[in-house]
Ligand binder design. Structure first.
Ligand SMILES: CC(C)=CCC/C(C)=C/CC/C(C)=C/CC/C(C)=C/COP(=O)(O)OP(=O)(O)O
Ligand SMILES: O=P(O)(O)OC[C@@H](O)CO
Ligand SMILES: [Mg+2]
Length: 234
């Protein structure tokens, strides 16, 4: 595996272990959509058990799997995972979601798997999303604020991934564009409200990787496939 496999990705499917799949859709079907990687994670209702169940269901299919834990106590030890993408929320209201949870994780784990652990510098933008409430994020940010956070993440904190997170709603294109322009080496992830070819294409112009979440749970395979195609075409 290369050091930063996401350099070559266009599309991630994020599967929430707390949410059902549409009728007739299997995890295998989702793995076969052509997405470059699967992230397993969500904010609410996450347990080790539901995490394990999704990872096991995806394990036999040929797509890189990553866990994105929302807290240290749901991190699972499963060899089917390529590794762990650990959020750090740059605009969180409490330092707990920037470095505090991380400190507790390392303090209590005792045997960190650093070769399989990376961080994602989140900028949380939808105040209605669970993740915004959970982390008390300051979402009142303009393009200049977001661009500056992205640049700080890359240049001052050496982050390999900046994640512009609009979870549940389609973001402001001007803001995503600003983040794209502010980042150079860093891989920019965009997630939120992507629901078809055009919405995927719009954000894929500005972000390096688009993340599709709820669509998989709400619409299913064909809709996800369209977004994969748009990400590749961009
Ligand atoms: C240190 C460790 C191991 C964990 C802490 C990691 C941190 C800082 C988590 C805070 C941010 C967070 C909850 C990330 C989880 C991924 C995410 C943003 C999921 C999307 O959430 P929503 O779409 O708002 O939630 P639901 O879909 O579950 O309602
Ligand atoms: O569920 P959606 O709105 O597609 O968002 C994707 C992802 O960014 C959520 O963490
Ligand atoms: Mg969600």
């Amino acid at each position: 595996m290369t050091a930063c496999p996401w350099d070559d990705w266009n599309h991630i499917l994020k599967i929430d272990p707390d949410k059902e799949l549409p009728e007739g859709v299997t995890y295998g079907d989702l793995c076969a959509t052509g997405t470059d990687a699967i992230e397993v994670g969500g904010t609410m209702g996450i347990t080790e058990e539901n995490m394990e169940a999704v990872v096991d269901a995806c394990a036999e299919h040929d797509v890189p799997l990553y866990q994105e834990p929302s807290s240290p106590d749901v991190v699972i030890d499963n060899r089917a995972l390529e590794g762990y993408l650990i959020p750090t929320v740059f605009n969180a209201g409490s330092p707990f979601w920037i470095t505090g949870a991380h400190k507790e994780w390392v303090r209590t784990d005792g045997d960190m798997d650093w070769d399989r652990t990376w961080t994602e510098a989140y900028i949380v933008m939808n105040p209605e999303a669970d993740v915004a409430e959970y982390t008390e994020a300051d979402c009142d940010l303009g393009p200049d604020d977001v661009a500056a956070y992205a640049e700080v993440a890359e240049r001052m904190f050496g982050q390999e991934i900046v994640y512009l997170e609009y979870s549940g709603t389609f973001g402001d294109e001007e803001i995503v564009e600003a983040a794209g322009e502010a980042t150079d080496e860093t891989t920019l992830f965009y997630g939120g409200g992507i629901h078809d070819y055009d919405s995927a294409a719009t954000m894929a112009q500005h972000a390096d990787v688009i993340v599709v979440g709820d669509l998989a749970h709400e619409e299913g395979v064909e809709a996800v496939r369209e977004t994969v195609e748009a990400a590749r075409d961009a």
